[in-house]
Design a protein around this ligand. Structure first.
Ligand code: 5GP
Length: 130
């Protein structure tokens, strides 16, 4: 059965899309730690990021870099942190999180509740910088 993230890639489940190319897809995390919290995934269904080929792992980071640059421009922050956890969804993903302090990266922090309008505005602002 397809993962929830594969279903997002094909549009079966809606998402606030940021960017895609032939191999990778970026969209807003639905339970964001901060505004602009984005997930980058390979379209290939791989659970564990370190099971990707060297080439795909490298390409995923190059794709994530471009997304991070757009987030930096759209969301006021000191920098964009990147983390890989992957204990919840069995489809490899990099969290890109605009941060101002170390503790902004803590995945156990309370999540923001954003309205549809807020998600849409954030996604548009990041996309405009991509
Ligand atoms: P992890 O597997 O790295 O622990 O966390 C998975 C992340 O995926 C969480 O931050 C969670 O909010 C996010 N997530 C889970 N399901 C969905 C979904 O259906 N849509 C979106 N946009 N994000 C999701």
């Amino acid at each position: 059965m397809a993962t929830i993230f594969s279903r997002i890639v094909v549009g079966e489940i809606p998402s606030y899309k940021i960017a895609e190319d032939d191999k990778f897809f970026a969209f807003l995390d639905i339970n964001p730690l901060v505004k602009g919290h984005t997930l980058v995934i390979p379209k290939q269904e791989v659970d564990y990021i370190f099971d990707l080929s060297d080439e795909d792992l490298a390409a995923m980071h190059v794709f994530a870099k471009k997304v991070a640059r757009a987030i930096e421009k759209a969301i006021p922050c000191k920098r964009v942190g990147a983390s890989v956890i992957g204990l919840e969804v069995p489809h490899a993903h990099i969290h890109l999180i605009p941060i101002n302090r170390e503790s902004d990266m803590l995945i156990s922090n309370p999540k923001l509740k954003l309205s549809q309008e807020e998600f849409t505005a954030i996604a548009e602002a990041i996309r405009a910088q991509y």
